[in-house]
Design a protein around this ligand. Structure first.
Ligand code: URA
Length: 212
C-alpha cells in the first residue's frame, strides 16, 4: 500500500501475520530468526516487483523462445550491521545472485548518533541498484548516514527496507533523503525517549542473535 510518494507499507497478510509473531516477547531467538528470514524474503519479493528484465534466447524441450530474465548481479543488498544481517539471509534466498555490501554503524547510547566503523561495497556501484537493509528505522540516524555513504558511490537507485518504523523515523529520513523510497511492514505509534520503536519488537539485534 502506497502511503505517500516514497513510503510503501507492505501489507500482504503473510507479512503482517509473521510480523505479529516476531513482535511477541515470548518468541524465542530461533523462531525470531526464522520468521525474520521468511518476512524478509516476502518483503524483497514485493520490493523487486519493478526490477528490469531482459529477453534472452533459450531452448525448451520443444522449441526455442525469447524468455525474460533478471540480472541479479546488478542488485546490491547493503546490510547495516549488525541487525541488517538478519534480513540479508532472507533477501539472498530470493535473489541469490545479488552482491552484498556492509556498513558497520553503532548508535552512541547518549547522543543516539550513528558512528561508522566499517564500510565495504562491491565495485561498479554506478551500475547497481542498492537496497539498504535494517530491521528498524527508529531515529533515522543510522539510515540517514548509511544512505549518504551509499549515495557517494552513485548507484543507479537506492531503496530502504525495514521491518518496522515510526513517524519520527520516516520524517527524519524523508527530510534528509526525500528521493529514497522506504519499504516497511509497519509504521508503529512512536519513538520512545530511549530511541526504541513503540510498541515495536524490542532490540532487533539482541533478539536475532540472543545477546540479551
Ligand atoms: N533498534 C532496535 O533494535 N529496536 C528499536 O526499537 C529501535 C532501534
Amino acid at each position: 500500500m502506497q502511503i505517500d510518494k516514497n513510503l510503501i507499507l507492505l501489507d500482504h497478510p503473510l507479512i503482517q501475520h509473521k510480523l505479529s509473531l516476531i513482535r511477541r516477547k515470548d518468541t524465542s531467538s530461533i523462531l525470531f530468526r526464522q520468521l525474520v528470514n521468511e518476512v524478509s524474503s516476502l518483503m524483497v519479493y514485493e520490493l523487486t516487483r519493478d526490477m528490469p528484465t531482459q529477453l534472452v534466447p533459450i531452448q525448451t524441450p520443444l522449441e526455442s523462445m525469447m524468455a525474460p530474465v533478471i540480472d541479479g548481479k546488478k542488485l546490491v543488498f547493503v546490510s547495516i550491521l549488525r541487525a541488517g544481517n538478519g534480513i540479508l539471509d532472507g533477501a539472498l534466498c530470493v535473489v541469490p545472485g545479488a552482491r552484498v555490501g556492509h556498513i558497520g554503524l553503532y548508535r552512541d547510547p547518549t547522543s543516539l548518533q550513528a558512528i561508522e566503523y566499517y564500510f565495504k561495497m562491491p565495485s561498479h556501484m554506478h551500475e547497481r541498484d542498492a537496497i539498504i537493509l535494517d530491521p528498524m528505522l527508529a531515529t533515522g540516524n543510522s539510515a540517514i548516514s548509511a544512505i549518504a555513504r551509499v549515495k557517494s558511490l552513485k548507484p543507479r537507485s537506492i531503496k530502504f527496507l525495514c521491518l518496522l518504523t515510526c513517524p519520527e523515523g520516516v520524517l527524519a529520513l524523508q527530510k534528509a533523503h526525500p528521493d529514497v523510497p522506504v519499504y516497511t511492514a509497519a509504521i508503529d505509534r512512536q519513538l520512545s525517549e530511549h530511541g526504541y520503536i513503540l510498541p515495536g519488537l524490542g532490540d532487533a539485534g539482541d533478539r536475532i542473535y540472543g545477546t540479551k
